[in-house]
Every structure is written in structure tokens, then in C-alpha cells.
Design a protein around this ligand. Structure first.
Ligand SMILES: Cc1cc2nc3c(=O)[nH]c(=O)nc-3n(C[C@H](O)[C@H](O)[C@H](O)COP(=O)(O)OP(=O)(O)OC[C@H]3O[C@@H](n4cnc5c(N)ncnc54)[C@H](O)[C@@H]3O)c2cc1C
Length: 150
């Protein structure tokens, strides 16, 4: 693809990537007597801090289309955690943790973490105690977390 960069006598600075760093640098360099060329593979800037909001819209739609979907509810729940929306995370993860499915244990772990974030140690401990009685990935870390909570 041809790139249309005007010829000038100014020194040229080429910035690869128009993300946060590239944009910030470009805005600073443009004030100097330089030709600034900002390249990106996309013709738009991805504002990553809003990805979570975009994700909640996508997962909410997926739940509307398939209300029984444990995976959509689980991922919406952990997206709420990333957004510090712990009560909404609890609403979402509670249903998944209390149903047998592919995401039951994961949901219970994150439900425990969400309860901890709301200060509800009793409910958090219930989650970790159940996980400590299971086999697999969450067992040891639940035991460790329970020791820390005592
Ligand atoms: C979901 C999410 C939420 C976040 N929330 C926050 C927040 O609230 N606060 C905060 O401070 N930080 C947040 N961050 C982190 C922040 O977004 C990154 O630290 C920051 O974007 C890094 O800046 P960067 O310029 O190094 O990379 P990026 O912003 O990722 O930019 C890299 C750019 O390079 C381009 N590029 C890559 N490869 C090529 C190629 N081969 N050719 C051409 N162009 C290319 C990409 O298209 C992109 O535009 C978040 C990140 C994510 C993923």
C-alpha cells in the first residue's frame, strides 16, 4: 500500500504505533520543528480502558440470546470485577457457581474474591471452603486464602 508522506526539509520522526505512547509522543513532538509521521496498522485509536464496557455489552447480549449460558454469565461476572462493580459481579457469578457446569469452580473462586472486595468475609470463606474440598487448580489456593482469612 503506497504511503503518502509529504517531502519537507524538516527532520522526520516516524512513530510506529498510535496507541497511548505513540499519541502522547506525537502530541509532544508536533510542537517542535519536525515532521512527525504516526503509523498504525489500524485507522482508529483503541481506547483500552473502555474495553470492559464494550465487553459487558457483548456478554449481556449473549446472555439475552442464551439465558442459560454459564460461560457468558461467568465472563460478564469477571468483567464486572475488573470494573470494580463487585455487587453486580456477585449477582452474576452466584448463579454460575451454584449450577453444575464448565465454569462452576472458576465462578466460585471469583465469587469468593468479589465477596472479599465487599468486605463479606463469611460469604467469601464459604466459597473457599467449598473449593478447598474439591480437587484441581483452586484447592491449594483456597486453602491458603482460608488460612490468611483466619
Ligand atoms: C482492558 C484494558 C483496560 C485498561 N485500562 C487502563 C486504565 O484504566 N488505565 C491505564 O492507565 N491503563 C489501562 N490499560 C493499559 C493501557 O491501555 C496500556 O498500558 C497502554 O495502552 C499501553 O500503551 P502502548 O502505547 O504501549 O500500547 P497500545 O496502546 O496497545 O498501542 C500500541 C499500538 O501499536 C499498534 N500496532 C501494534 N503492532 C503494530 C504493527 N505491527 N504495525 C502497526 N501498528 C501496530 C496497535 O494498533 C496500537 O495502536 C488497560 C488495558 C486494557 C487491555
Amino acid at each position: 500500500m503506497p504511503i503518502n508522506i509529504p517531502e519537507t526539509d524538516k527532520k522526520r520522526v516516524v512513530i510506529a504505533g498510535a496507541g497511548f505512547a505513540g499519541l502522547t509522543l506525537a502530541r509532544k513532538l508536533i510542537k517542535l520543528d519536525l515532521e512527525v509521521v504516526l503509523l498504525d496498522r489500524n485507522n482508529y485509536h483503541q481506547f483500552q480502558p473502555l474495553f470492559y464496557q464494550v465487553a459487558t455489552a457483548g456478554f449481556s447480549e449473549a446472555i439475552l440470546n442464551d439465558p442459560a449460558s454459564g460461560s457468558s454469565r461467568f465472563f460478564l461476572g469477571i468483567t464486572y470485577i475488573a470494573m470494580n462493580e463487585f455487587n453486580q459481579a456477585i449477582d452474576m457469578l452466584d448463579g454460575v457457581a451454584n449450577q453444575q457446569g464448565d465454569y462452576t469452580k472458576d465462578a466460585r473462586w471469583y465469587l469468593g474474591l468479589a465477596y472479599l472486595k465487599t468486605g463479606n468475609k463469611a460469604k467469601a470463606s464459604e466459597c473457599f471452603e467449598l473449593l478447598a474440598q474439591t480437587s484441581g487448580f483452586y484447592r491449594k489456593r483456597s486453602e491458603r486464602t482460608l488460612r490468611l482469612l483466619k
